[in-house]
Ligand binder design. Sequence first.
Ligand code: BJ8
Length: 423
Amino acid sequence: MTNYTDMWEKLNLDLKAHDSLMQVLGKFYGDIYLSQQGRLKGAEYLDFVLSEVHGLRVQELQDAKAQGRKIVGTFCVFVPEELTLAADAVQVGLCSGADAGTELAETLVPRNTCALIKSFMGFKLARLCPYIESCDLLVGETTCDGKKKAYEQLAEMAPIHIMEVPQKKDDHDRVLWKTEVLRYKQVIEKLTGKTITADKLKTAIKTVNAKRRALQRLNRLRADEPAPISGRDVLLVNQISFYDDPVRFTAKINELCDEIEARIKQGQGVAPKGTPRLMLSGCPMAVPNWKLPYIIESSGAVIVSEESCIGSRNTRDLVDESTDTLEGMLDAIADRYLRIDCATFTPNTERLDNIVQLAKESKADGVIHYGLLFCQPYAHESFKVDKALKDAGIPMLSIETDYSMEDVGQLKTRVEAFVEMLK
Ligand code: BJ8
């Protein structure tokens, strides 16, 4: 096994704390993932990427930097990866799903801040994340108040550009958003010293769309009955999509889909026919936030879809590929990203329609609405989601939690009761 200690040292990680984190993560992964029965062969790619999460991929980033490429870290699906790639930079997602550095984070953000924000602040402050330490630029965005204010603190520690995401989707909001897309184009061009041409942007749009198409294909296939792949594995696929090389990732996911197609032909699944099928909806589950999926799938149900930014919300819409002019492509990018139905928008009625549609398409028997504790936007919308699903005849259970393990027993009892009711 390659020793990455020198690399981590150069990145100024706290080696001792990092070692402990890796040990916990390895055990957690073993318990939740490697214990699964009937996994697909293609899941070996997932296991490999995860086993090298702070190793090989980080090494690749250092190699890219040595060749003059820049690394851009993001916290939200509003940052257009197409522009980052067209400027020959690498984009990595930095949303964090682990309880790490929380005490340090709470010296800069209020205690009643969601776990996701505390996590990325904690990772930075405790020097635990080789990705954030590899970044030449962080890109934040004006979505929820918690993130906005946390970025002000982060700006004291690292170079950061903030994209202004509008709160509404009227015509003048579209004008603002297009301006922000253009502003990001200038920022990334300045960072990399490369001009984004129509040809480069076209290629980048195709690359990112291909990644989304592979994930859409995976989502269509898993709608089959019996479910051919576990929700845990698909969540992992979505999590990995934020930091693996996009071309390699797309090829691997398409291979996985080929294998699933063969499995479907043989009528095989990860759980017997008739197993209650659940959809997850709500806040993103960043790696290694696998707590709730594990609870659900060890309570006699299988997860068949995720209405979340680390799920369908990020893959549902493609950038229109029909235009060849630079201006036309920038418009297509602005339009595609403004279709994201994040709960920070008001109103956000399209999310309700999208949830009902996805629940039907994935043949979900019920929905679990997942809110991170102290996340106001998603907690508010959970009431409307409940009503929309009730009107469609689909039962919903609302769960609020964080990254700690203290409530596992209590959550399991509630999930088991919900699954029993669906039976
Ligand atoms: S587009 S969902 S990735 S903002 S959970 S930090 S909302 S308090 S993550 Fe998100 Fe972009 Fe929207 Fe998607 Fe705030 Fe809520 Fe925390 Fe959240």
